[in-house]
Design a protein around this ligand. Structure first.
Ligand code: NAD
Length: 370
C-alpha cells in the first residue's frame, strides 16, 4: 500500500459535477483495490477568485508542487469575463503549467466502437482508432522572443512572433514520445516543417539523432505538418504516437480530437521533467471547458474527466491494470447504450452525469466481482 498525493481542483461550472464522479471512483478503488490515495481538494478558477481573491492562491500552488499529481476539472465562465487578466480563471491554468514545468502535453484520440458512428468521418476510417498526440507545451512560437508590434513608419506597423527551440527542449519531449511509444505500438511520427523552417530542420535532426543513439527499437517516421493534417483525416489509423511542437500540436490535436466526435470524451495529461528519483510533476484534465451553458443541470458527460483520472493512474502511478480497468468499464457502459446528451444520437438511453458515473462504477464492480 502506498499513499499517492493527489491534489483535486474541480474548478468552475461542470468541473465540479464531473469531478464528483471521479471522486466516487477513487473511493471505490480505495475500498476494493488496496490503493490508498491522499486526496486534498482546493478551489481554483473563478470560484477561487470569488472566495480567495485570486484564481489560484499561493497555498494551492504550493500544494500542487508538493503533490504527486494534480487532477483538474475546468475553469471559466461569463461571470468572470471582466476580472483583471492576471486573476482571470484561465490564469490559474497557465500558472500551474508554468510552475510545474508541464512541457509535455498528451492528448489521446481514441474512437470507442460504440461511438464510432458519431465521428464526422466514415466508420471504416475511424473504427478502432487509437492515437496519442504529444505536443511540446512550454516553448516554441507562443513563448519565443522577440515578440510584439512595432512601428515601421507613419503608415506601417510590424508584428513579430518568434519560433524558437533549444536542443534540450526538443530532446526532452522526444524522449517522452519514444518512451510512451514503447508502451503502445512502438511507432513515432515526428511532425515539423523541415522543408521551410530552420526550427523544423533542427527538430528533425535532434529526433533522428536521439533515435539513432537510444531508441532504434522504435519505428520512426518524419512528416511535414501540412501533410500530417491531411493524413489525420485521410488515414488516421496509420499513426500511433505523433510528436510535434507547440504550434502544430495545438492544431493537429484539435483535428485528432474531432475524429472521435465529442468533446465530452477527451482526456489529457501534461507532464513535467523527470526528477532523479524517477517521479515527475503531472496534471490531468479533460480537454473541455466549464460549459456554462449546461452547468448545474446534470447534463455534463463525466467520461473525459474519468479517463483523465485513468491516465493519471497509468502515467503518474504506473497502475496500468487499474487504468485499463477503468477504460474497460467506460467501454462497457457505452456498449450498453448509455449516453449523456452530448454523445446521444437520439436512439439511446440518455442519462445524467451522476447516472453515467454510477454506471461506470457498476461496470467496475461487474468486471472485478467487487
Ligand atoms: P466548453 O468546452 O466549456 O464547451 C463547449 C461546448 O461543449 C458547450 O456547448 C458545452 O456544453 C459542451 N461540452 C463541453 N464539455 C462537455 C461535457 N463534458 N459534456 C457535455 N457537453 C460538454 O468551451 P467554451 O463554451 O468555449 O468555454 C466555456 C468556458 O470554459 C470559458 O470560460 C472558457 O474560457 C473555459 N474553458 C476552460 C478550459 C479549461 O479549463 N481547461 C478549456 C476550454 C474552455
Amino acid at each position: 500500500m502506498s499513499n499517492k498525493k493527489i491534489l483535486v481542483l474541480p474548478g468552475d461550472g461542470i468541473g465540479n459535477e464531473v469531478m464528483y464522479e471521479v471522486l466516487n471512483i477513487i473511493d471505490w478503488l480505495s475500498k476494493t483495490r488496496s490503493i490508498s490515495f491522499d486526496i486534498s481538494e482546493r478551489l481554483v478558477g473563478g470560484t477561487a477568485y470569488d472566495k480567495e481573491g485570486d484564481s489560484i492562491s499561493d497555498k494551492t500552488m504550493q500544494e500542487a508542487l508538493e503533490s504527486d499529481a494534480v487532477l483538474f476539472g475546468a475553469v471559466g465562465g461569463p461571470q468572470w469575463e471582466n476580472v483583471e487578466r492576471e486573476k482571470r480563471p484561465e490564469a490559474a491554468l497557465l500558472r500551474l503549467r508554468k510552475e510545474l514545468d508541464l512541457f509535455a502535453n498528451l492528448r489521446p484520440a481514441v474512437v470507442f466502437d460504440a461511438l464510432a458512428e458519431s465521428s464526422p468521418l466514415k466508420l471504416k476510417i475511424v473504427k478502432g482508432l487509437d492515437i496519442l498526440i504529444i505536443r511540446e507545451l512550454t516553448s516554441g512560437v507562443y513563448f519565443g522572443q522577440p515578440r510584439g508590434v512595432s512601428q515601421i513608419d507613419d503608415n506601417e506597423e510590424k508584428a513579430v512572433d518568434t519560433q524558437s527551440y533549444t536542443t534540450s527542449e526538443v530532446s526532452r519531449i522526444t524522449r517522452v514520445a519514444f518512451d510512451l511509444a514503447r508502451l503502445r505500438n512502438n511507432k513515432v511520427t515526428s511532425v515539423e516543417k523541415s522543408n521551410v523552417m530552420e526550427t523544423g530542420m533542427f527538430w528533425k535532426n535532434i529526433v533522428s539523432n536521439l533515435h539513432l543513439n537510444q531508441f532504434q527499437d522504435v519505428e520512426l517516421h518524419h512528416m511535414l505538418a501540412d501533410n500530417c493534417a491531411m493524413q489525420l483525416v485521410r488515414n488516421p489509423k496509420q499513426f500511433d504516437v505523433i510528436l510535434t511542437d507547440n504550434l502544430f500540436g495545438d492544431l493537429l490535436s484539435d483535428i485528432a480530437a474531432m475524429l472521435t466526435g465529442s468533446l465530452g470524451m477527451l482526456p489529457s495529461a501534461s507532464l513535467g521533467p523527470l526528477t532523479e528519483s524517477g517521479s515527475r510533476s503531472a496534471m490531468y484534465e479533460p480537454v473541455h471547458g466549464s460549459a456554462p451553458d449546461i452547468a448545474g443541470q446534470g447534463k455534463a458527460n463525466p467520461l473525459a474527466m474519468i479517463m483523465s483520472f485513468a491516465m493519471m493512474l497509468k502515467y503518474s502511478f504506473n497502475m496500468v491494470e487499474d487504468s485499463n480497468l477503468i477504460e474497460k468499464a467506460v467501454q462497457s457502459v457505452l456498449s450498453l447504450g448509455l449516453r449523456t446528451h452530448d454523445i446521444s444520437d437520439g436512439t439511446n438511453k440518455v442519462v445524467s452525469t451522476h447516472e453515467m458515473g454510477k454506471a461506470v462504477i457498476d461496470e467496475l464492480k461487474k468486471i472485478t466481482g467487487n
